[in-house]
Design a protein around this ligand. Structure first.
Ligand SMILES: Nc1ncnc2c1ncn2[C@@H]1O[C@H](COP(=O)(O)OP(=O)(O)OP(=O)(O)O)[C@@H](O)[C@H]1O
Length: 262
């Protein structure tokens, strides 16, 4: 069964403003699907619909063909993890502990009681710790395991946030503007990493990448969906999207508007 996540004819209005209009897309297992579009196109709204922060007025979602009504606190149990704009790391916890919180739902006794000094299972905690270390190692940041996140450069913190999401062993990872605030070299490295996620031997996961950084999307995505004014104006492989006049028009239009605005 190759279904993955599907959005069917999603519509979202905020008062009189249509943020998403009849948007359909699919994120098959083992693929990286990107959503791009100029400012205000509806990317964040779409991300919020999949996370359950925004309930669409029309349309539906399915996961492997079954109805999906996402709720932010229930995502992990559905096999979905996300990172948000900014890193959202806990400042009072070490890097390793932050990553462990990503998998705490898998511990029988729970990680939060352990942090609070309440009785918890040692075996659970040892397993969470070992798993978290292995993920940090995978992402090339194991040396920072004991550091406080606030002491680390932004690019490393971004990776820690990614490690925390991966600790939940999701089959679908949602990334919201992961290139935000990164320099060109860091973006290229992040791209390599994202591209590997659906293809790795252990815990492969599909990726839905919402990003306005065109280079990253072009480099890592198997399939790209382009939004403009809340509608899908193009969908296809990076090559197809690159040559699509509707996409160039949308981006050029946006650039010209920005240039002429005071
Ligand atoms: N909570 C809200 N209330 C009212 N309008 C909203 C709300 N969230 C988004 N919008 C509007 O919906 C439209 C789509 O916004 P959205 O943030 O989804 O676009 P975007 O593609 O993510 O833009 P950007 O790249 O600038 O983040 C915009 O016109 C925005 O002003």
């Amino acid at each position: 069964m190759e279904r993955g996540l599907e959005l069917h004819h999603i519509g979202v209005r905020f008062g009189g403003l249509t943020a998403l209009d009849d948007v359909s897309l699919r994120v098959p297992p083992h693929q990286v699907v990107g959503v791009i579009g100029p400012n205000g196109a509806g990317k964040t709204t779409l991300f919020n619909v999949v996370c359950g922060f925004v309930a669409p007025q029309t349309g539906s979602l399915t996961l492997d063909g079954r109805p999906l009504r996402p709720r932010p606190h229930r995502l992990t149990r559905l096999g979905i993890a996300r990172t948000l704009q900014g890193t959202g790391l806990f400042a009072g916890l070490s890097v390793l502990e932050n990553v462990m919180t990503g998998a705490s739902h898998t511990a029988r006794a729970g990680f939060v009681p352990a942090l609070l000094g309440l009785p918890a299972s040692d075996r659970d905690e040892r397993r969470l710790r070992a798993d978290a270390l292995a993920i940090l190692d995978d992402l090339g940041i194991a040396e920072h395991a004991e550091a406080a996140p606030t002491t680390l450069p932004f690019a490393v913190r971004q990776r820690v946030a990614l490690a925390r999401a991966l600790a939940a062993r999701p089959r679908l990872l949602l990334l919201d503007e992961p290139a935000g605030g990164l320099g060109a070299d860091d973006i290229a490295e992040l791209g390599e990493l994202i591209r590997q996620l659906p293809r790795r031997d252990t815990d492969p996961c599909a990726v839905l990448l919402v990003e306005h950084h065109m280079d990253l999307v072009m480099a890592v995505c198997d399939e790209i969906v382009v939004l403009d004014f809340g509608r899908v104006i193009a969908a296809g492989t990076p090559d197809e999207i690159r040559d699509d006049p509707a996409v160039t028009d949308a981006y050029l239009g946006a650039t010209v508007e920005e240039e002429v605005s005071p």
